[in-house]
Design a protein around this ligand. Structure first.
Ligand SMILES: Cc1cc2nc3c(=O)[nH]c(=O)nc-3n(C[C@H](O)[C@H](O)[C@H](O)COP(=O)(O)O)c2cc1C
Ligand SMILES: [Fe+2]
Ligand SMILES: [Fe+2]
Length: 395
C-alpha cells in the first residue's frame, strides 16, 4: 500500500487537486490545493472528513485501500463546507452502515446539502468517541471558519485534527509534513489562505486557541496543506499574530491605482523617499494588476499601508473600493495608513477612503495626505516628503 501513514495506525487518505485555478471561485491558486482526510484503524475504524467532489474517485479508492477489507464504522465530520463534505454521499453509497459522528449543527447542514439517510451519533463539546485504543475528544471551534466547525483531539496519539485552521493552499507532493520541506513561501500562502478565508474571525480563532492551549500536542493535522509536528510553533506564532491583527513585520506596503501613470509616479516617489531614509523591504503593488487576495495577505503581514488612488466619477476608484471592502469584510485592524489622492477637477478620494477606513478599528491615518492635481508637480514633493517623514518616525 502506497498511502502514507502518519502514525502506525492512522493513514492519510486525502487527495490533491492540481486542476483548480480559483479556490471558492474567488481566490487564485497556482499550485492547487490538498483536501486532507485521515483514517484511524483501531478496534473501530474511523474516517475523519471527506474531500471535495473533484477528488471523490481517488478518495474512495484511498479509503478502500486503507480499510483493506475492513468495514468503516465511523465518519467524523469537522466542517461542512463542500471542499470537505461533498463526498459524504458517495461514501455512504459504498459504506451504508457507517455512523456519522458530529455536532447537531453539522447534521442540520448535512440534511440541507444532501437528501440521504444515514446513522448518526450527535456529540457535544468534550464528548469522547472511543475507538478502542484511540479516544477522540471533540472541541467546538465556531467560525473557524464556519459556525459548525469542531476540532478533535486524540487523547492517545495527542494529535489535534484542526479542520481548516493551520491549513493553506498548495497541493502536497509526497511529503506530508512541513518539517520535510521547510519552505517559507508556503507560509506566505498560509497567510494568504488565513487572511482571505478566516481573516474576519480572529476573535473566534483566539477562543479556539484558548481551548486547546493546555493540550499536549504531538501533531496538528489540518484539512488543507502540510501537517505539523516538531516545529509547529512556526505556524502557531503566525496564527497568533494574524488572529490578533498584529503585524508580522514593521514595514511599508504601498498600493496604488492609476489609469494613466500619474498616481503610480507618486507611489514610486514616496517609496524612493522612504528608501533614502533607510526604510527596507518596501513593497509596491498595482491594485489593478496584483490580485486582491495577495494584497490582503500583505496587509495582514505589514504594519504600514499607503493607498494612492485617483478620484473616479466623484467616488473611489473601483479597484480601490474593492480592496477597502475586503479590508472591512476581513476585519483588518491596528495598522498605520497613509493616503495619497489624485484628481483633475474635484478631489474626493482621500475623504471617501477615510470614511471607509473609519469602519475599521485601531487605524492610525497619517496627518499629511498628499492631494495631486493630475500629475506630480515639484510642489507635491513637499507633501510626499512630509508623509514619508511621518511614516519613518512611526516605524
Ligand atoms: C472615468 C474617469 C473618471 C474620473 N472622475 C474624476 C472625478 O470625479 N474627479 C476628478 O477630479 N477627476 C476624475 N478623473 C480624473 C482622474 O482622477 C485624474 O485624471 C487622475 O490624474 C488620474 O490619475 P492617473 O494618471 O494615475 O490615472 C476621472 C478620470 C476618469 C478616467
Ligand atoms: Fe472552510
Ligand atoms: Fe477547507
Amino acid at each position: 500500500m502506497y498511502l502514507p501513514k502518519i502514525t502506525d495506525d492512522i493513514i492519510y487518505v486525502g487527495v490533491n487537486d492540481r486542476n483548480i485555478n480559483i479556490f471558492e471561485k474567488y481566490i487564485p491558486v497556482n499550485n492547487g490545493v490538498s483536501y486532507n482526510s485521515y483514517l484511524i484503524l483501531d478496534k473501530k475504524t474511523c474516517l475523519l472528513d471527506t474531500v471535495d467532489f473533484s477528488g471523490v474517485r481517488d478518495f474512495i479508492e484511498n479509503v478502500k485501500m486503507a480499510l483493506d477489507g475492513r468495514k468503516l464504522d465511523y465518519l467524523v465530520v469537522h466542517h461542512m463546507e463542500p471542499d470537505h463534505c461533498a463526498s459524504i454521499e458517495e461514501l455512504l453509497l459504498r459504506c451504508p452502515d457507517v455512523t456519522i459522528v458530529s455536532n447537531a449543527q453539522v447534521f442540520k447542514m448535512i440534511d440541507q446539502f444532501f437528501n440521504i439517510k444515514y446513522k448518526k451519533l450527535i456529540v457535544k463539546e468534550n464528548d469522547i468517541l472511543d475507538l478502542g485504543n484511540h479516544q477522540l475528544k471533540f472541541i467546538s471551534a465556531p467560525f473557524v471558519h464556519w459556525p459548525e466547525v469542531m476540532f478533535s483531539y486524540d487523547l492517545t496519539s495527542k494529535i489535534l485534527f484542526s479542520a481548516d485552521a493551520f491549513g493553506s493552499f498548495g497541493a502536497l507532493s509526497g511529503n506530508l509534513f512541513y518539517d520535510e520541506v521547510n519552505d517559507e513561501s508556503y507560509l506566505s500562502e498560509a497567510r494568504r489562505y488565513y487572511s482571505n478565508i478566516v481573516g474576519k474571525y480572529g476573535q473566534n480563532v483566539q477562543n479556539a486557541f484558548k481551548k486547546v492551549s493546555n493540550l499536549e500536542i504531538s501533531m496538528i493535522c489540518p484539512l488543507h496543506g502540510y501537517l505539523w509536528r516538531e516545529n509547529f510553533d512556526i505556524i502557531i506564532q503566525k496564527y497568533m499574530k494574524w488572529s490578533l491583527y498584529e503585524a508580522e513585520d514593521r514595514n511599508v506596503v504601498i498600493v496604488y491605482a492609476s489609469m494613466y501613470g500619474n498616481t503610480e509616479k507618486a507611489a514610486n516617489i514616496l517609496a524612493y523617499k522612504l528608501a533614502s531614509k533607510g526604510v527596507k523591504n518596501i513593497k509596491i503593488y498595482d491594485i489593478s494588476i496584483t490580485n486582491e487576495t495577495y494584497i490582503i495577505s500583505e496587509i495582514f503581514r505589514a504594519s504600514h499601508l499607503v493607498i494612492a488612488s485617483p478620484t473616479y466619477n466623484m467616488g473611489i476608484y473601483p479597484k480601490t473600493k474593492e480592496l477597502l471592502d475586503a479590508m472591512i469584510r476581513l476585519n483588518v485592524k491596528n495598522r498605520y495608513i497613509g493616503l495619497i489622492e489624485n484628481s483633475t477637477w474635484a478631489a474626493f478620494s482621500n475623504k471617501l477612503i477615510l470614511e471607509e477606513l473609519n469602519k475599521l478599528q485601531g487605524i492610525n491615518v497619517f496627518e499629511q495626505k498628499p492631494s495631486l492635481k493630475s500629475s506630480v508637480k515639484v510642489i507635491d514633493e513637499a507633501s510626499l516628503q512630509s508623509l514619508a517623514d511621518e511614516i519613518v518616525s512611526s516605524l
